[in-house]
Ligand binder design. Structure first.
Ligand code: THU
Length: 160
């Protein structure tokens, strides 16, 4: 038996001003994307902005439903829209921003397990790391790969 430890790396910014222009634009796009949120049940508006390898930005926002499990997170609406409309283009960076009753949260909204697994799949499909930015008003986190958000990723192509 061996005890092992995993560590993850990420960058924490205390303000959007500390980020480079490309990332700052993507965070602002994610905040803008919150306007597309349909969240009459949670009143939690999540926006996502996904930068593709060809420079296109795809927006997503959470879509809720009276039958709760039928709704979808912001991240997945953006990733599935990109997958469906730009099937041959890889994913570069995904920025996510949450707001409670219309007010940007101080702390970043962190993606659910299902979204992390979907990110992992598209990262594999892209053939290079997918960067993730989780933006709050007072803390912004940047991960250089989905592996830092989802250790021990399930990948049927590698396990078989
Ligand atoms: N939500 C997202 O869209 N993304 C996240 O990262 C966390 C949660 C949505 C799902 C639901 O519409 C609302 O936020 C409250 O959980």
């Amino acid at each position: 038996m061996t005890n092992k430890r995993l560590s993850i790396d990420y960058i924490e910014y205390s303000s959007i001003e500390e980020m480079d222009e490309k990332d700052r634009k993507l965070v602002l796009a994610a905040i803008e994307a919150q306007k597309g949120s349909y969240s009459p049940y949670s009143h939690f508006q999540v926006g996502a902005a996904l930068l593709l390898d060809d420079g296109t930005t795809i927006l997503g926002a959470n879509q809720e439903n009276a039958a709760f499990p039928a709704g979808l997170c912001a991240e997945r609406t953006a990733m599935f829209a990109a997958g469906a409309n730009h099937p041959d283009v890889g994913f570069d960076t995904l920025a996510i921003a949450g707001a409670d009753h219309g007010i940007l949260c101080d702390n970043p909204a962190t993606p659910c397990g299902g979204c992390r697994q979907v990110m992992a799949e598209y990262q594999t499909k892209s053939g290079h790391p997918l960067k993730i930015i989780l933006a709050g008003a007072t803390r912004i986190l940047k991960f250089s790969s989905v592996n830092d958000l989802l250790p021990f990723i399930f990948d049927s192509l590698k396990t078989s």
